[in-house]
Design a protein around this ligand. Structure first.
Ligand code: CMX
Length: 461
């Protein structure tokens, strides 16, 4: 690890100097004008964060350090010619901005395998104290927080470490945390769905394949799937809820466990990572509603319309940034078409794709009617025998650690400060819009009338 850390420090500190100079010499440069609509609709498109690991283009999708997912699959080292690249290699790329050699990938793999064994017993005891039927994301986050007792970062801070060196204990904590997540995830999976019949890690396997192994999957193709799954879900620029939250909490110099647990609480929301589980529930409800395993287009359309009429979203479709089919969807579909083309849920996913975008477009308000990463991931996992939907967001979370935690190390290398944007009450925005008193009163009265009708049930959905 020493050579990797040395290189990381050199690169990081150089960039930190560039950053300082940029702020000093060009701090007053205006980047963009921000509209009222941007601020009031979730800050979409507002340039507000520095994230090095990846960038997201609305039309093209994600690039990891400049590489598309197909390019990453081609360029990152693989253990076998026909295999998938290891997430260990992606971690290296995101952190170092450099394609690693196979040897460097193996070093990280070895390091994670070594660190995975050091989970204290109390972490498993804490998980065991949570009701078994609690959602797996509750169990995951409880375990992550419990592990923060071990944080080298916290100890270094309390010991009075020079802030220029914070990146080092952050790196160590991040390495420990990533190493341990598959063990924790597999433990939760076996506890909840396999009667606590646990399977030990296999130290000869890589990080993702080991997770599959500890969950109970011996099939090489499932190991490949886990490697691909982790790569596809690893990072999505800095503004998404899980990445932004991890970064924000880290900006208070919270340790990596606190920061990542915060991000994972965001991932557990249905509009973000939990959508992968919700998609499967939606598909199952569709099958029930249409009374067949192979609903035709009209049946899909009718169920999609019913979902919208009831005031719900269709999970797996739409995106806050993307304006085309998510390439992460396409990569997973390609994998499915190669290994499980006839699986029931893959056929169903294809079927839905032909109908739902038009239904969403017809609402006139959905900005992106196309499928996102979650539209297919559950169908893919279940086609390989991983049918317990409750674990899907946990697997997303384990994969997301690769991106958000490499960013957290970079944040400390660059010495990024605490984040503190400005907020205002509604009246500020009304004044900014130049709304005069009489019009303001009229607006308020009209709003009161609408709210009153809603309370009385007059408006419906
Ligand atoms: N089904 C129904 N309505 C949808 C919709 C969908 N799939 N996607 C967007 N809309 C609605 C929004 O709810 C919003 O409605 P209101 O104006 O009534 O509030 C309107 O269309 C405009 O939304 P938007 O600007 O197109 O989308 P947002 O940036 O606000 O939201 C997202 C993006 C992903 C939350 C939204 O598309 C959605 O809820 N999708 C379904 C849930 C999902 O799949 N989430 C996973 C995203 C990927 C991930 O993070 O893992």
């Amino acid at each position: 690890m020493d050579a990797i850390k040395k290189k990381l420090k050199e690169k990081g500190l150089e960039k930190a100097e560039i950053l300082k100079k940029l702020i000093k010499d060009h701090g007053n440069t205006v980047i963009q004008e921000t509209t009222m609509a941007q601020v009031l609709t979730g800050m979409k498109g507002v340039v507000a964060l520095l994230t090095e690991t990846s960038s997201l283009d609305p039309k093209e999708g994600i690039r990891y350090r400049g590489y598309t997912i197909p390019e990453v699959r081609e360029k990152l080292p693989k253990l076998t010619e026909d295999g998938e690249p290891l997430p260990e290699g992606l971690f290296y790329l995101l952190l170092m901005d450099e394609i690693p050699t196979l040897d460097e990938v193996k070093q990280i793999s070895y390091e994670w395998s070594k660190r995975a064994h050091d989970i204290p017993q109390y972490v498993f005891d804490v998980i065991d104290a949570v009701p078994k039927d609690a959602h797996p994301m509750i169990q995951l986050n409880t375990a992550i927080l419990a592990m923060s007792l071990q944080s080298q970062f916290r100890k270094a801070y309390e010991g009075g470490m020079d802030k220029k060196d914070f990146w080092d204990p952050m790196f160590e904590g991040v390495m420990d945390l990533i190493a341990r997540l598959p063990v924790i995830a597999a433990y939760i999976y076996r506890r909840v769905y396999h009667n606590a019949d646990y399977i030990s890690a296999d130290p000869t396997l890589d990080w993702a394949a080991n997770m599959a192994h500890m969950m109970g999957f011996k099939d090489q193709n499932v190991h490949r799937l886990m490697q691909l799954y982790a790569i596809v879900h690893a990072d999505h620029e800095g503004g998404n809820v899980s990445a932004h939250t991890t970064h924000l909490v880290g900006s208070a110099l919270s340790n990596p466990y606190y920061s990542f647990a915060a991000g994972m609480n965001g991932l557990a929301g249905p509009l973000h990572g939990m959508a992968n589980q919700d998609v499967m529930h939606w598909l199952d409800k569709l099958l029930f509603f249409s009374g067949t395993d192979t609903p035709n287009k009209e049946q899909v359309r009718a169920f999609a319309l019913k979902t919208l009429d009831e005031g719900n979203v269709i999970p797996g479709f739409g995106h806050a940034v993307l304006r085309k089919t998510d390439p992460r969807y396409t990569v997973q579909l390609d994998f499915a078409n190669k290994y499980v083309p006839d699986a029931k849920y893959i056929k169903l996913a294809n079927n839905i794709y032909e109908v739902v975008p038009d239904v969403l477009l017809a609402t006139g308000k959905v900005k992106n009617p196309y499928p996102n990463v979650d539209a297919i991931s559950g169908s893919l996992l279940s086609s390989f025998g991983l049918t317990q939907h409750g674990i899907y967001t946990v697997m997303f979370g384990v994969s997301r650690s690769i991106g958000v935690l490499s960013s957290l190390v970079i944040d400390r290398l660059y010495g990024l400060p605490i984040e503190r944007p400005k907020s205002h009450p509604l009246e500020f925005f009304m004044k900014k819009a130049g709304i005069k008193n009489a019009y303001w009163r009229a607006m308020t009265n009209a709003a009161k009338a609408i709210a009153g009708q809603r309370r009385g049930g007059g408006m419906g959905r």
